[in-house]
Ligand binder design. Structure first.
Ligand code: ATP
Ligand code: MG
Length: 250
């Protein structure tokens, strides 16, 4: 085990990286997951490793969508499971969503390891093992979902989803909430609500917004207004500007 002094200027980033390493050792995260992490770190560095205002607004719009949903589902892959399992369980509880494991490189072993890991962090039911549904338009292995999970969800949270699947899910008429640090990635581009932020910040932030909205007694009309007023293209533009400008723009 490594010890990272809390005074280190990039403490959070190093801690996050270490969690991914541990995820690989435990058989939760794939080796491709390490590469995705590296990409994410680069974008997070450019964003100043903070939640920019447009990402905070996106998290609030995501919370409104989730509170309005009939059947919201949060999709979990190997990186998400390694980085923020407890936070995913809390978000699911706050908005009454299902949790479903959904892997790009699906193996039975990794599916089970992630389900167990989420259970260790307080989840009771975790979907994904039944795999009796399909996302139309993508190849067999990557199309697998649970029919009573993502298959029949009206709102899906897909942190770190790959571009193809994000596109195919969008074509199924689902509200798609994507968390992705790269505003130019196809996943972010096709999302109903793109949250350009690190999942370790974005997931607890959606939960906090959901709790605030609920505690304030927000009506369906008020939630619908938040949803309608959110502008995905403007959010992506703001994120790209923040990256290009450094920290002084947003
Ligand atoms: P495409 O254009 O097809 O969407 P891609 O850039 O998404 O391609 P991947 O290698 O799957 O290709 O990228 C993983 C994505 O996940 C990257 O955009 C990266 O910025 C993002 N990412 C990685 N770690 C995190 C994290 N902790 N929080 C948020 N986003 C992350
Ligand atoms: Mg992507």
């Amino acid at each position: 085990d490594i010890e990272i002094p809390e005074s280190h200027p990039r403490y959070q980033s190093l801690l996050t990286r270490h969690r991914i390493e541990e995820g690989v050792e435990k058989g939760i995260t794939s080796r491709q997951g390490l590469i995705a992490q590296g990409r994410g770190e680069a974008f997070d560095y450019l964003l100043g490793e903070r939640t920019i205002p447009s990402a905070d607004e996106a998290a609030r719009a995501a919370a409104a969508h989730l509170l309005l949903a009939d059947h919201p589902v949060i999709s979990v892959n190997g990186n998400v499971a390694a980085l923020c399992p407890g936070e995913i369980v809390e978000l699911a509880a706050a908005v009454d969503a299902d949790i479903e494991v959904n892997l790009f490189n699906r193996t039975d072993e990794r599916m089970r390891a992630i389900v167990d890991h989420l259970r260790d962090h307080g989840a009771d039911e975790v979907k994904g093992l039944t795999a009796d549904g399909r996302i139309p338009g993508i190849d067999h292995e990557r199309a697998k979902v649970d029919a009573d999970g993502i298959g029949s969800a009206d709102v899906v949270v897909v942190p770190l989803e790959d571009g193809d699947r994000a596109e195919a899910l969008g074509a199924m008429d689902k509200v798609e909430i994507v968390v992705d640090l790269n505003p130019m990635s196809r996943s972010a581009q096709v999302a109903t609500v793109p949250i350009v932020d690190n999942i370790v910040r974005a997931v607890p932030n959606i939960t906090a917004h959901a709790r605030d909205l609920r505690d304030a007694g927000a009506t369906r009309e008020e939630l619908e207004t938040i949803v309608v007023e959110f502008d995905a293209d403007a959010a992506l533009d703001a994120a790209e500007r923040a990256i290009r400008a450094g920290t002084d723009d947003e």
